[in-house]
Design a protein around this ligand. Structure first.
Ligand SMILES: [Zn+2]
Length: 277
């Protein structure tokens, strides 16, 4: 069972809805997904599929949500490896040795906003509630990457840093990489001011007219999807290889956690990506 949402598909299995990109879903050697607010056991502001620890929800609830989400979307709970996001651009290569980190094992590193692997079975996990998830699949070398890019990460070219890490670690050719830009706050809802405008327009390959819409009085509507898309093209990923999901977390706050809508009293969603064993 599924229906379209933006350029993504909203699937549901065992009462747990999740979003996928049709172009990635068609690849037989990967499993991917993006969670929603629904289908979990958490209550109140975390209701119900909260996948963030340390926001006030109980660890038991979050772990149970991970189990439910993994069972529904086809991931191995025991092979999850989570990021440690802090709006920087460190990309970490992980293997089966890191299984459980940030989920059922303690974090062993500070500041990891991107994860890459070529180890089948390892499930990359990053967290969201308006920031941009970036998915990468090297179709030739069979390697994957998953990165978190808020406006700071976007301004620091997180997408390009992830491509570069895949080039260094796996010998990836950007021309072989499929990329997908997941649910985040959209150009419809993301108002920013002059300091952000200046950082974004200083990026290579960015056209202010395509990425920022002036609203007057020093305010702009920022299109993080387009900035990330252009950054990936600038890094060598062919434009035809990039899918923009076009799902706004703020517009769909009935289905998705949005920081802009709920503030800090909220749960968080997760992006997941794995090479199949
Ligand atoms: Zn919106």
């Amino acid at each position: 069972m599924s229906r379209s949402l933006g350029c993504m598909q909203l699937c549901e299995n065992r009462g747990v809805p999740y979003l996928v990109f049709p172009k990635l879903h068609a690849l037989p050697y990967i499993t991917h997904g993006f969670s929603t607010k629904k289908g979990g056991v958490s209550r109140g502001v975390f209701s119900s599929m909260n996948l963030n620890f340390n926001r006030g929800d109980s660890d038991e609830n979050v772990l149970e949500n991970y189990r439910l989400f993994c069972r529904a979307a086809g991931f191995d709970f025991h092979k999850l490896v989570a990021s440690a996001q802090d709006h920087h651009t460190v990309v970490r290569r992980v293997t089966a040795k890191e299984a459980g980190i940030g989920i059922w094992r303690k974090r062993d590193m500070q500041s990891v906003d991107g994860l890459i692997t070529n180890a089948p079975g390892v499930v990359l996990v990053t967290y969201y509630a308006d920031c941009v998830p970036l998915y990468f699949v090297d179709t030739a070398k069979k390697a994957i990457g998953l990165s978190h890019a808020g406006w700071r990460g976007t301004a620091a070219t997180m997408g390009a840093q992830t491509v570069r890490a895949m080039q260094e670690e796996f010998g990836s050719d950007p021309a072989d990489i499929l990329a997908a830009i997941g649910p985040s706050i959209g150009p419809c809802c993301y108002e920013v001011d002059a300091p952000v405008y200046e950082k974004i327009t200083a990026l290579p390959g960015i056209s202010p007219a395509e990425c920022l819409h002036p609203k007057g009085e020093g305010k702009y509507m920022l299109n993080l999807w387009e900035v990330n898309r252009r950054t990936l093209v600038h890094a060598g990923v062919p434009a035809e290889n990039i899918t923009v999901g076009k799902v706004c977390t703020c517009c769909h706050s009935d289905l998705l956690f949005s920081h802009r809508v709920m503030g800090s009293q909220r749960g968080g969603m997760a992006a997941m990506l794995a090479l199949n064993t």
